[in-house]
Design a binder for this molecule. Structure first.
Ligand code: GLV
Ligand code: MN
Length: 195
């Protein structure tokens, strides 16, 4: 979904002071083989949180060589029963490749139809760009997936965080009306998600 590159590579200079759509490039003399290497996905993420899940990103911010190349990946670790809460990526389709365990992967179309499947090692599921999706570890042990994106920075809007933990927060009347509940329910969810 990202624009095509106009040169072989453009390793991001993340400290550049100018602001553009993407990042300015390091000069060619600054670039070495090491720029094109990243081992940040080699370590298991810490799933000791209330969702039982952790995402480690290999996007342009973590791996600057991806700048202008139109792709990125995540490592997604799950404790038993762990859930990656419903979220969407505004700039990218997502391919989910399962390496370990058993994941229920699903997305909901704009026609409000749920498409989902239990995915096991070696199998894939694809989430069309921008659609709300989730994963849940339905196996007995840990689970591990690699997700691939056709954007250097897919962006992620988490529904629980967006709706109940934005700063400043969404007015409570908007949420009570939207969810047809009273404000104690909204306050309860907000307190559970406050960071
Ligand atoms: C999983 O949904 C991910 O965004 O990596
Ligand atoms: Mn995702």
């Amino acid at each position: 979904a990202d624009p095509d590159p106009l040169q072989d590579f453009c390793v991001a200079d993340l400290k550049g002071s100018i602001s553009i759509n993407g990042f300015p490039c390091k000069t060619t003399s600054e670039v070495t083989s090491n720029d094109f290497f990243f081992d940040g996905l080699s370590r298991e993420g810490n799933t000791a949180n209330k969702f039982g899940w952790n995402v480690t990103a290999a996007n342009v911010l973590a791996f600057p060589a991806l700048n202008t190349l139109g792709l990125s990946m995540n490592r997604v670790d799950f404790a038993p029963g762990g859930v990656n809460p419903p979220h969407s990526h505004p700039r990218s389709t997502e391919a989910v490749f399962v390496l370990k365990g058993k994941l229920l992967v699903g997305f909901v179309s704009t026609a409000n139809i749920l498409y989902s499947k239990v995915v096991t090692p070696g199998q894939m599921f694809v989430i069309p760009r921008g659609l709300v999706h989730f994963q849940r570890n339905v196996g007995t042990g840990k689970a591990l997936a690699i997700t691939a994106f056709n954007s250097q920075l897919p962006g992620s809007a988490s529904l629980p965080q967006t709706l109940f933990a934005s700063k400043p927060s969404i007015p409570t009347d908007v949420l009570t009306k939207a969810f047809q509940v009273d404000d104690t329910v909204i306050k309860h969810i907000e307190s559970q998600l406050a960071s």
